[in-house]
Design a protein around this ligand. Sequence first.
Ligand SMILES: CSC[C@H]1O[C@H](OP(=O)(O)O)[C@H](O)[C@@H]1O
Ligand SMILES: Nc1ncnc2[nH]cnc12
Length: 288
Amino acid sequence: MRTKIGIIGGSGIYQMAGLQDQEWVTVESPWGKPSDELLTGRMDGVEMVFLPRHGRGHVYSPTSVPYRANIDALKRLGVTDIISVSACGSFRAEMAPGDFVIVDQFIDRTFAREKSFFGTGCVAHVSVAHPTCPRLSDACFSAGQDAGITVHRGGTYLAMEGPQFSSQAESKMYRAWGCDVIGMTNMPEAKLAREAEICYASVAMVTDYDSWHPDHGAVDVTEVIATLQGNGNKAQDMISRLPALLGPDRAPCPHGCDRALENAIMTAPDKQDPTLLAKLDAIAGRVL
Ligand SMILES: CSC[C@H]1O[C@H](OP(=O)(O)O)[C@H](O)[C@@H]1O
Ligand SMILES: Nc1ncnc2[nH]cnc12
């Protein structure tokens, strides 16, 4: 199988440098309109697709990002591996602004989003015990180190609804829960990628210390944006190293991300809803 890398760019990342033969393409999805057109191209002989999560010009809030349409559009373009690049606050003194964290766990506190492609007429349960792909996360870690970035391998990301930042009491509670970073977008994105059988890695770029830190107090969006500019350039450097690390030929995921739907569908074939099945053509066509 051929590798096709999908990059979901978060706040401050609305374009991707260094893509050959680049072209913005419109992808129709039965799950609605994706956040924007998708930028296709190649780097080091590997096919790449870039999607700005909030749309160019930052149109969609964390709640209104069309997560299902975005993952479905990436699947339709044949993406095998998604790297999510996001801004985040930090709960750890040693995870400082400017550092990158390769997230490996999530606590999902979002509550106003559609979280599954499945439902009445086609019920499915996939495991998200290990919501990120270790193979892809390793590649991101190496690429970050090669780019001279301070990268932390592993961390728990608290996904909050937003759009307001946390109160100090919430911030201290999340820290006591053992969370390492906080953001507003990686859920349900990671869950949907697993349902779509696409490997998913999350690179969280620290922009601030949230509000628990005695020396920092409230999150200041001006400071967040200033840190984002620097982080964005570092992220581009990291991304440009990934195609060579992953290579154009792709062996099946050793962790089974690309087979997540095997035995996941519960609804009896004669009870399945044809309308929902039609919408699931790209996501679950392999097993339906
Ligand atoms: C600009 S600060 C808050 C904003 O930044 C993060 O976005 P993303 O995850 O897409 O990089 C955070 O989740 C909030 O949406
Ligand atoms: N402190 C924070 N909380 C939630 N999302 C963020 N994105 C960047 N910083 C954040």
